[in-house]
Design a protein around this ligand. Sequence first.
Ligand SMILES: [Mg+2]
Ligand SMILES: [Zn+2]
Length: 216
Amino acid sequence: MSRAFVPAARSSVGPLGRAAVFLDRDGTLNEEVGHIAHSCALRLLPDAATGVRLLNRAGFAMVVTTNQSGIGRGLLTEAMLAPVQETLLALLAADGAHLDALYYCPHHPDAGCLCRKPRPDMLHAAAADRGISLQHSYVIGDTMSDFEFGWSAGCHTVLVRTGKGQETAQDLDGSVRWPDAVCATLTEAAEWVVAHRDTQAPASVIGLPPRAEPPP
Ligand SMILES: [Mg+2]
Ligand SMILES: [Zn+2]
């Protein structure tokens, strides 16, 4: 199971069928510097808060979904991740931007868990927890795994060229399926989402294993 980290003040479930924007963390909101074990290594990308603020104003639920395999690799603990997540929330809040929840997979890539992106577990968990309509939602990220994650649950997808995004854009050249948009920064991505939200047909789902039923 993925773990949810929900800021206390904004933990209420939204109206059924609300659209969300699912943001990758590293390389999308903050600088890609490998596994972040301490808050001091977390640096927001310059326009991250502006992008989140635009999407807040447009009424989207804002959910971070992130693979934190550093935990499974023994490079940090969940107790160490918590203050990093708090710092991310605080840095954004200082600039008037709000996140509704953060979901993370703490497992090692070889652990065979069902919650590591690109498997859709975190999207389904957030949708169930918060009444989100995945068909009307967007995944924004900097790697191919982020799009596969979005596609696997029927979300629209946007590539940002920050983090590993430049490299990912080059890799897309021979690709069969592309994200709905390729944007320079999170602000551009947010502007694109706001401009296109009512003009797009629901995304189609591609096959990745669905979320396993939670144990009773
Ligand atoms: Mg990333
Ligand atoms: Zn996992």
